[in-house]
Design a protein around this ligand. Structure first.
Ligand SMILES: Cc1cc2nc3c(=O)[nH]c(=O)nc-3n(C[C@H](O)[C@H](O)[C@H](O)COP(=O)(O)OP(=O)(O)OC[C@H]3O[C@@H](n4cnc5c(N)ncnc54)[C@H](O)[C@@H]3O)c2cc1C
Length: 561
């Protein structure tokens, strides 16, 4: 008898539910004939709203859209998306003189110089006023100058520089609804009132408020923090991470662009009194929020602090408070139910990893896709893989707090000293006091490999502010001219890049098809910026940019800001 799965039911119509539907549909379309594909059905309550945040992504997303056959133009139009080149961490640390440090964690890999990490050279010789990120990639400068991630007229998804997106979460779910239902995903708008189990403990059917009994073969729980099926019906325990991460609440507010022509191509994560704020600039507005610890601030205190930070943009506004359940379910796949999205777990959004984790979860599920009788070994392997992903993100987020050096609020002292850190991170931190992170230090990395750790350590300037004080005595005997030769060439590339890249807003208009004359080809690609019809050309942000000749001949140095 054919034991293939005939139907997969997804409960929840937030980002997790619809991304699950999209990715499964895409993968099934590639690998099986229509008659062998499981039917996809998504049930979404019309009365329970989605979490409505989650607007910054990581570089996996462009590939996912592309694979699903969604054009970037329609994506940018429908979700008011913008480009994200990395995350700018503001005020998380202070330097040796007590000045605030801001640095960018870019979507760029650290460079290799003669087979050695550029980080080794940077630590040994520094690079004048430029920090590590500014030395190895243009992402910080591009973001600060509100430049785009590729040239005008370049093909969709072209990765001139590593990029991700900022997007409107509600519109994104709306776009996915349209795409998926058009492709045959059944959409039921009804509320699950109860979950019934069979004698083996599998979910046998759901009772819907209006449509009644809905039979289940395999169910994906995407019901958000509620964990309706995985926690409530199946009783899978939740592993709380509050010993590791202090923040358990957030508040959010959408504001207008202070200058709609200047869209920063970076997410900002700015440390505040008892947590940090996000700033996610979309095409038409800016998403902001404050992630904080309820042990250190009441909601009212946090709101005061947050609104003061927003200044005029937040005047008279009442932020929406979002309680956060931080941690993960012990096992995401239990019986015939897999929890994906917030129902499976959530680590605070400092590195915008949740959508990335949803993406992996769905793909790994598809790889282990069962017959109607789930092989326990497949379930075990899937759960182990998911738990490794949570560990990867947890370790990296803990790093930011453990290596902070602020002392101006008890929160930052507690976050550094009272919070537990995972054993492997503790072991690595002991090693990195003596040398920089190396490839084999990180055993599992879907996102945060050793080079990203190098960026954070050097970005926070930890080796100048007390951590690893002996490291400089152990530095490799590197040749200074190699580093400066390399930087000289890199600097010329950078000057060329900054001169020729279009501004972000113009690029977005071009992609959305809103420029009177769409830009195509090399001529367009080389134009620094395209003035909107009827507007005078925008003033150049980089003043007195030396020519390449002047840089090459050493007459002038590249002075950025
Ligand atoms: C403060 C904050 C900031 C974040 N920032 C980021 C970020 O920058 N980047 C990132 O990648 N992620 C971020 N996230 C995470 C991201 O928002 C979520 O991972 C993503 O939105 C997926 O949510 P979800 O679909 O799992 O849950 P939800 O959006 O909560 O959706 C739950 C769905 O389940 C349905 N439902 C619930 N109960 C029932 C029922 N009984 N019957 C039928 N349907 C039901 C609801 O109607 C809804 O459709 C952030 C999260 C928070 C809290």
């Amino acid at each position: 008898m054919n034991n293939r799965l005939r139907k997969i039911t997804i409960v929840g119509g937030g980002t997790a539910g619809w991304m699950t539907a999209l990715i499964l549909d895409t993968l099934f379309a590639r690998t099986s004939s229509p008659k062998d594909r499981p039917h996809l059905c998504l049930i979404e309550s019309p009365n329970i709203s989605t979490v409505g945040v989650g607007e910054a992504t990581v570089p996996r997303m462009p590939g996912t859209l592309r694979q699903a056959g969604i054009s970037e133009r329609s994506f940018f139009r429908e979700t008011n998306a913008s480009f994200k080149l990395g995350v700018k961490f503001c005020n998380w640390n202070t330097d040796a003189e007590g000045n605030r440090i801001d640095y960018v964690n870019p979507f760029a890999h650290g460079q290799m110089i003669d087979g050695l990490d550029a980080a080794e050279y940077f630590l040994r010789f520094g690079n004048g006023d430029r920090d590590f990120t500014q030395s190895i990639s243009p992402h910080d400068d591009l973001g600060r100058l509100c430049k785009g991630a590729r040239q005008l007229g370049q093909p969709e998804f072209e990765q001139r520089f590593g990029y991700a997106y900022h997007l409107d979460a509600v519109k994104f779910a709306g776009m996915l609804t349209k795409v998926c239902t058009k492709r045959g995903v059944e959409h039921i708008q009804d509320e699950v009132k109860s979950v019934e189990l069979d004698e083996q403990g599998n979910v046998s059917h759901l009772m819907l408020e209006h449509k009644g009994r809905h039979d289940i073969e395999m169910v994906i729980d995407c019901t958000g923090f509620r964990g309706l099926i995985i926690n409530k019906a199946l009783g899978e325990p939740f592993m709380d991470y509050s010993d590791y991460l202090p923040n358990d609440r957030a508040m959010a507010l959408q504001i207008e662009h202070p200058d709609p022509e200047k869209i920063e191509s970076l997410t900002r994560a700015t440390a505040l009194g008892a947590g940090w704020t996000w700033r996610v600039p979309l095409y038409n507005r800016v998403g902001t929020g404050y992630v904080f610890s309820s042990a250190h601030r009441t909601d009212d205190q946090a709101a005061d602090e947050y609104l003061a930070w927003l200044g005029d943009s937040g005047k008279g506004a009442t932020p929406r408070v979002i309680p956060m359940r931080i941690g993960r379910v012990r096992n995401a796949w239990v019986k015939n139910c897999v929890a994906i999205g917030l129902s499976g777990g959530f680590i605070e959004p400092l590195e915008s990893t949740a959508i990335h984790m949803i993406d992996h979860a769905v793909r790994w599920f598809a790889e282990h896709l069962p017959t109607r009788d789930v092989a326990p070994s497949l379930r075990t392997r899937y759960n182990r893989q998911m738990n490794k992903l949570y560990d990867e993100v947890l370790e990296f987020i803990c790093l930011h707090y453990r290596l902070g050096n602020r002392t101006d609020d008890q929160y930052w002292i507690d976050a550094r000293t009272d919070m537990k850190i995972p054993d492997r991170l503790a072991e690595n931190l002991a090693v990195w006091q003596h040398r920089l992170p190396m490839e084999h230090d990180i055993e599992f990395a879907t996102l945060f490999d050793y080079r990203v750790y190098q960026t954070v350590l050097l970005g926070k300037q930890v080796y100048d502010t007390g951590y690893g004080t002996g490291i400089r005595e152990r530095l490799r005997p590197l040749k200074k001219p190699i580093w400066f030769q390399w930087w000289k060439a890199a600097k010329m590339d950078l000057a060329q890049t900054l001169r020729t890249m279009p501004d972000h807003k113009t690029l977005l208009r071009d992609i959305r098809g809103e420029l009177d004359k769409p830009a195509f080809g090399m001529e367009a690609a080389m134009k620094p910026t395209v003035a909107m019809p009827g507007t005078p050309p925008a003033p150049l942000v980089v003043q007195n940019m030396p020519s390449l000749d002047e840089i090459q001949t050493g007459q002038k140095d590249l002075q950025l800001f």
